[in-house]
Design a protein around this ligand. Structure first.
Ligand code: SF4
Length: 973
């Protein structure tokens, strides 16, 4: 055996004559999208990745790299990589894992023929659901052009409550669309966030913040991730954050520690609300018939009660000061109250003692926290010498700010009470006067947007026509019942029941119900389900075992209940085994990508910023980027946006599409904002530039449009910014974006449920549900699953967290990252374990009302005693991801998903999604469990176990792949 070459010598010189080079692109080992430099070396079989480092010239990460990003090499050279299109072998059963390679041409013929028939008959028979793909502007366009409403990405099972709750309140949201200004904050409160999403920039900002003396408070049932460096950890029971926030709001109002000037001028707190219970407009804002509507598409003619003159005046009338408290009568006799008065009445009983009983946080801690927030905001105001003019023409010599910042994510969102909880958080932030101000929350382009943004979903069955694009994007923002996607009986049009009366504000759809609904044929059966980058037969689904059965279940006639399943992924995941057709995707290092302003860009506080990926390596085998697949399919299907007027193909490929596509002919707005115009001299808007990719590649793959200082703050009401935003197409309208302390959009739905108005009404079975949860003011209620649970029998909350070193299932198969976590434990507070007679490292059973898992217990003091938790997505099914059948991931790793049901029992023997009744957000963190010691005679192995699947053709199960640059594949070690 030749053993002359060391296993790994990073300092070894290249092979004689080997070329080395460094290329810049954008990381995709998590959704953060840092700039990277990929070091390549000619390895005899073409370029190989030698090393990946952070790009110091990139605005997002400024050179910072994390463990995941550096391990991208092992994703590239994973033995689980798919390398060729595969078809389930004729005559074999779905799920058996028997496949044969086919050509791309044959693949496209199969798809084109099938999809063309569906499009010509009933386009909604085709459903396209994607995971965390970062290309929703393209996938959504494809679905719309195809004419199917059955499209969504991962948001509904991720954090749509965070997006929707914030956007329906302040016109912006955390992470991609906004975040904490830690450069100027003094107090930072992180609630419901582990190591998540905004990864490297958050770590960098926290480091600077703490070095500058800022105080960091973490509120979370578990102390992991960022919380590990918090100055104070406040443990909280899962699903109770709303109660804490309501109590904090109460305290701020009771102590007068809210920013009255900000609240009065920039929120709807002073607007008068109709209090005539007999009126059809009860609970709606009073409209001033002679007031300035400002925007004919969204009227702004509200009333204030001017406390100086003691009478109603047009809101924002010169010299007026709105009363925030009181009860008044309009000249026509209508009783009214300012919205703020209603908020105060709502929170009056939400005392710290009340919240203590729900959250487990001592009342004194809640009081102290509220006081600290209020006093820090009041006594440490920031003033920047930046002149700006507000929407109503008032000139300001400076920008002011209150240095209390927040960050929150899925811990708040992934509960069936999450929308109202997030509304409460946004209102708390608003009361402290911290919205788009220094030291508080700051927006990132394309936000702020209207409350709610202007895109509306299709309105009903008439929107779905053969061979015709939808008349609206498949996903959007609902403002009134007229915007719902329901039929004349008020029943859903979408397969996931999104935008129906069950989940009216489901802005991201309900991916976690697609398979169950399609299997049951409720509201109708579908023909073809195309899943992209979503591990729906494993960690991306609730009720994993039963969902896997649904994927193989047949009708009486022997045909599959879901007739045709197409899976596009880069790896042999657990889901590929259930596909009829497998499309091999590339890795992020092998393709073009656009992190677009039309989608989810990487904007900075000081201006819009978008970025791209460019291929630094050729695709492995026959891998093809999913973007190319969509452009090819759209061209073959002759979808109008991809077809010339003469019927020819409009775009050569995906890069050509990105450069030449415009939102409307001649709009000058496309996927990328940089180097537009024929000569590349324009930013944000301009004619297509054929050299755009080249210019991005030459500029670190990023374009940053830095705005002048006077446009960087108070953007909801900043006239200069709003005018510019409209000019460059970030906004349709030119009107102020008022903060909705009180949501009359919610009230409209409640009125409809109460039988008022002449618009659409919910089906009778849903009236109480809509009337209860569509409250115009936030309130706390126990999550729906908790309401339906026997909490005596199942006393513990169970949640998952994302490990800092991994992101979804992509990384828990990564050879380097597996050195950090190859299996997971259930972390249990020692007191809780002791009460159950469980010792550290014992094998235990964890049971919910829906299922059970066997796993190993690990003691942890960093979890509140009523909660148990584990890392997500580490457990794997045997044989998936090219891991050995005895791999720790399947022998000792487990999924909590087996304990979580995708549906809950509903009225009359029906079911309803285990989701927020407003947005359809999956209630991942609502499950209740109990634990017991496993018998000494039981196997020391997690349960359930699944049969191994054969390695897919073209993957390299259990084989070492050459990945040391400079050495040919297969070379002897
Ligand atoms: S934070 Fe995410 S995007 Fe940034 S380097 Fe790490 S894995 Fe890559």
């Amino acid at each position: 055996m030749a053993a002359t070459i060391p296993i790994h010598d990073p300092t070894a010189p290249p092979l004689p004559g080997a070329k080395t080079e460094v290329k810049t692109t954008t990381c995709y080992m998590c959704a953060c999208r840092c700039g990277i430099r990929v070091h390549l070396r000619d390895g005899g079989n073409g370029p190989e990745v030698r090393y990946i480092e952070g790009n110091p010239e990139h605005p997002l990460n400024q050179g910072v790299m994390c463990a995941k990003g550096a391990s991208g090499i092992m994703k590239q050279y994973s033995p689980a990589r798919l390398t060729q299109p595969l078809r389930r072998k004729p005559g074999t059963e779905r799920g058996a894992g028997e496949y044969e390679p086919i050509s791309w041409e044959e693949t496209f013929q199969i798809l084109t023929e099938r999809l063309a028939k569906l499009r010509a008959t009933d386009p909604k028979q085709f459903a396209l659901f994607t995971g965390r793909d970062q290309m929703q502007a393209l996938t959504g366009l494809f679905a719309r052009q195809f004419g199917t409403p059955n499209y969504a990405a991962h948001g509904g099972f991720c954090s749509v409550n965070m997006a929707a709750g914030m956007i329906y309140t302040i016109g912006g949201s955390f992470w991609e669309f906004g975040g904490p200004d830690l450069d100027r904050a003094r107090l930072f409160v992180m609630i419901g966030t582990a190591e998540d999403h905004h990864s490297n920039p958050m770590k960098t900002a926290l480091s600077k913040f703490k070095r500058a003396g800022g105080r960091f408070v973490a509120i979370n049932p578990v102390r992991t991730g960022y919380s590990a460096i918090a100055d104070e950890w406040i443990p909280i029971r899962p699903g109770t954050d709303g109660a804490l926030l309501m109590a904090l709001i109460r305290e701020l109002i009771a102590l007068g520690l809210y920013d009255r000037d900000f609240v009065a001028r920039y929120t709807n707190a002073g607007q008068l609300v109709n209090q005539d219970e007999a009126s059809d407009d009860f609970g709606m804002m009073m409209r001033n018939p002679v007031g300035d509507v400002i925007n004919p598409l969204r009227h702004h003619n509200f009333w204030w009660w001017d406390r100086l003159q003691g009478r109603p005046v047009a809101d924002h009338a010169d010299g007026a000061d709105p009363a925030l408290f009181g009860s008044f009568q309009m000249p026509d006799g209508t009783p009214v109250k300012p919205a703020f008065q209603l908020l105060e009445e709502r929170v009056r009983e939400c005392t710290p003692e009340w919240a203590e009983g729900i959250t487990g946080i001592p009342a004194d801690t809640i009081r102290r926290l509220a006081h600290e927030m209020g006093v820090t905001a009041r006594d440490h105001t920031i003033e920047l010498p930046i002149a700006w003019t507000d929407w109503w023409g008032r000139e300001h010599k400076s920008v002011k700010g209150n240095p209390v910042a927040f960050h929150a994510m899925r811990g708040l969102a992934a509960h069936s009470n999450g929308f109202q909880t997030v509304r409460a958080l946004a209102i708390l932030m608003s009361l402290l006067g911290t919205i788009d101000r220094p030291g508080g929350f700051r927006h990132k382009a394309p936000y702020p947007r209207a409350v709610p943004p202007n895109a509306r979903p299709p309105k009903g069955p008439a929107s779905v026509k053969p061979n015709t694009p939808l008349d609206a994007p498949p996903l959007g923002w609902v403002e009134t019942p007229a915007d719902l996607c329901v039929d004349d009986a008020g029943e859903p049009v979408r397969i996931d029941k999104g935008f129906s009366w069950e989940y009216p504000f489901s802005a991201h759809g309900l991916m976690h119900n697609v398979i169950t609904n399609a299997w049951r044929g409720d509201p109708y059966p579908i023909d073809t389900l195309l899943l992209f980058m979503a591990n729906m037969a494993w960690n991306s689904t609730m009720n994993t075992s039963e969902v896997r059965q649904m994927l193989v279940d047949k009708k009486d006639d022997g045909s599959y209940r879901i007739p045709f399943i197409v899976v596009c992924d880069a790896f042999q995941s657990e889901t590929t085994a259930f596909a009829d057709l497998i499309l091999p995707d590339t890795t992020y290092l092998e393709r073009h990508d656009a992190m677009s302003m039309l989608d989810r860009p990487i904007s900075e506080f000081d201006g819009p910023c978008d970025s791209v990926r460019v291929p630094v390596l050729p695709p492995l085998g026959q891998c093809k980027p999913f973007q190319e697949v969509l452009v090819e399919l759209a061209s073959r299907l002759k979808l109008p946006a991809f077809t010339t007027p003469e019927g020819g193909r409009k775009f050569k490929d995906y890069p050509d599409f990105i450069v030449r596509y415009e939102t409307a002919p001649g709009s000058g707005i496309g996927f990328l904002t940089g180097w537009r115009g024929e000569d590349g001299s324009q930013s944000m808007r301009g004619a297509p530039n054929p050299r755009q990719w080249e210019l991005y590649a030459a500029n670190n793959c990023v374009h940053h449009h830095v705005m002048p200082p006077e446009h960087r703050y108070m953007r909801n009401w900043n006239r200069g910014y709003l005018q510019w935003a409209q000019q460059v197409g970030l906004r349709r309208d030119l009107d102020p974006i008022t903060i909705h302390i009180y949501s009359e959009f919610m009230q409209r739905f409640r009125l409809a449920a109460q039988g008022k108005g002449d618009g659409r009404q919910p089906p009778d079975r849903l009236r109480d549900r809509v009337a209860t949860y569509f409250d115009p003011l936030p309130f706390w209620y126990a999550p729906l699953e908790v309401q339906a649970s026997d909490t005596q029998a199942f006393p513990l909350a169970a949640v998952t967290q994302r490990p800092m070193a991994m992101y979804h299932s992509w990384d828990s198969q990564n050879a380097w990252l597996r050195q950090i976590h190859a299996h997971n434990y259930l972390f249990v507070n020692p007191r809780t374990a002791a009460a159950a007679g469980i010792a550290d490292d014992d094998w235990i059973w964890v049971e919910s009302a829906w299922g059970k898992v066997r796993c190993q217990c690990r003691f942890s003091e960093a979890v509140e005693p009523g909660t148990v938790w584990t890392w997500n997505a580490i457990g794997k099914a045997k044989g998936a991801w090219s891991l050995d059948d005895k791999a720790n991931e399947s022998e000792r790793g487990f999924l909590l998903n087996h304990l979580i049901k995708e549906e809950l029992p509903a009225q009359g023997g029906t079911t309803v999604s285990n989701a927020d009744p407003i947005t359809g957000q999956a209630g991942w963190y609502d499950v209740r469990v109990r634990i017991r010691r496993a018998g000494d005679d039981e196997p020391r192995q997690t349960w359930p176990q699944f049969d191994s699947k054969p390695a897919l053709p073209g993957t390299r199960r259990q084989r070492w792949r050459a990945w040391f640059a400079g050495r040919a594949e297969g070379q002897t070690r």
